[in-house]
Design a protein around this ligand. Sequence first.
Ligand code: VAH
Length: 320
Amino acid sequence: MDKEIILITGSSGQLGTVLAEKLQKKYGVENIIATDLRENPTFNGVFDTLDVTDFEAIEATVLKYKITQIYHLAAILSANGEKHPLSTWDINMKTLFNVLEVSRIHKISKVFFPSSIAVFGNNIERSNTPQSSNLTPSTVYGISKAAGENWGKYYFDKYDLDVRSLRYPGVIGYQSLPGGGTTDYAVDIFHKAVKNEDFECFLSSETMLPMIYMDDAIRATLELMEAPKEKITVRTSYNISGLSFTPNQLASSIKEKYSSLKINYKPDFRQEIASSWPMSIDDTQARKDWDWKPKFNIKTLTETMLKNLELKYNNNLINS
Ligand code: VAH
């Protein structure tokens, strides 16, 4: 196998933080080029600031490091995106076009584009949502992801650019914090529990959403990216599922250890977004094509989150 040199955009985000470390272990620290809009003084490894809306800047990075693969994680998420719809569209699409174009021009071997269950909107089967559902997203973020999936397929069909993609559910991990999404509550609640603080939930207690534990999300990403090209039959984006739960079910699971945790339900504008999303996802195609299988359930997810956050807070590694 030729040496891979991998560029990650948005590497300081929730997924990027963990993915960068996993990729470093796999390909060698010096072969992972982590980038983000702002400096990341705590990052261990090669890091450059990069504004992916600037084509020349990303092209210079690709040439400087002789990049062979790109994981394009930089994007504005669902809830934040609704505050500035037009600039969210501009940023999410401009960055994707720059990544696709630089990849086409400089013959990048593989591109990863994260999509989301936010591509689904009303008019879907909300339970076990099929891979091939109609996409009528309710947020600008979802619209940009649905369009992005199709652009990825277009570059594959037209230019044989090997773009691969997953529709992530809400991702839950202890290593990093999500920023501006609708599923963020499911990370925040763990921090509050461990700090013995009350939790105010911006979704109603019975809002069921698809979620995935970070380890599973990262493993799915690597398994997809490593699968032989001929196994990839979906060139828009694969449904993947982890587990599904409501805030109430998650709270009960946490309360098995933190029985005094108090939750106040105060749904805000994010409730409407969540109500337009699936409750659970049919990922048969991913299972069939590249043997996808999640490992974490609500019990193991809760135990792992609590154990690791207790360690972090006790060692003062988190200041929030
Ligand atoms: C968001 N976490 O809430 C993201 C995700 C499933 C949703 O893409 O916006």
